[in-house]
Design a protein around this ligand. Sequence first.
Ligand code: CP3
Length: 334
Amino acid sequence: MSNLKKILKNKKTCKSIWFMRQAGRYLPEFREIRKNNPDFIKLCMNSELSSEITLQPIKRFNLDSAIIFSDILIVPYALGQNLKFDKDLGPQLEKFNEKNFLNANVNDFIKKLDPVYKAINTTRKKLQKEKSLISFVGAPWTLLIYMLNLRNNKNRFNIEKLKQMKKIEEIIQKLIHYLCIHIKNQNNAGADVVQIFDSWAGLIPEENIKKYCFDPNKLLVNFCKKNEIPNICFPKGIGNKYLEFNILVKPDGLNLDSQIEPSWAKENLKNVVLQGGLDPSVLLKKENEMIEAATKYTECFKDTSYVFNLGHGLLPETDPDKVKKLINFYRNYE
Ligand code: CP3
């Protein structure tokens, strides 16, 4: 059994470290592949390259877990909504077609995602068995932000547009149905843990948070539990509502964002394995500042089942040598 799975299942206290976006633009070996593969979705759908990219940070840093190189937007793509990645604007999805979405065909969906499952299968065979292979999905709210183009810029978005949609409930339920299929198929292919990203949960108005964040995450976590798939939730940006999230959703693991005080988390978030929290921008600072910031987490969570990670993904401008130094610090910390 992989180290991460043991921690999540048995609340075992052993060391484990991986990083969100560990396979990405900060690595020269990734940029080398990316240079020759300008279409990001095509790259995600290339099983061989996707597996190679997944293993790049493992080879370089010997991290405890690999996360499959893919994207949360692969799900709307497989449901018929084409997209492209713009260098400046980020992901651009074509206009949402409600009828097409509600009539999507399960077999087409699975067939389209087959390269992801192949990549997981190939990668699992190449990984040592004590290393975890993490799969992931986006939570419905975060996917809808992109699918319905609800966000104008980082802090302004149009929830009225969503509330006015007559079939929003049906759309969310359908999305959950497909996400469960994708979770199960990734698990069958050899992924032993799933992380559920709700990156934009912090944009939900307080009165709607149960409906758009807690309830959908809970349905996904319940599905994982029924299928014995260890799971980690990441409801980024919800502040002290992490408490209510944890009590209602009851995931196996909970990734902290950088706004959450580690001591508050330790005190308040019970019966769950905590992960991450360290601000990824500290890796851009001087080494002693980075170590000081990291010590806050290692010290607070020593003797508990904590998985070392960040409060969001590694930034593209991160120096890989800094990543190496952070890993060495964590491994040598007593
Ligand atoms: O290493 C890993 O973590 C695995 C791969 C991974 C990617 N995306 C690859 C990727 C994971 C786990 C994701 C999740 C993802 N994708 C999220 C949730 C986590 C988060 O960051 O909040 C979201 C919101 C997306 C959607 C997405 N994909 C955006 C907004 C962007 C563009 C901006 C950005 O953050 O890079 C992407 C592109 C993307 N996904 C890249 C990578 C390596 C960069 C592609 C490139 O330009 O080379």
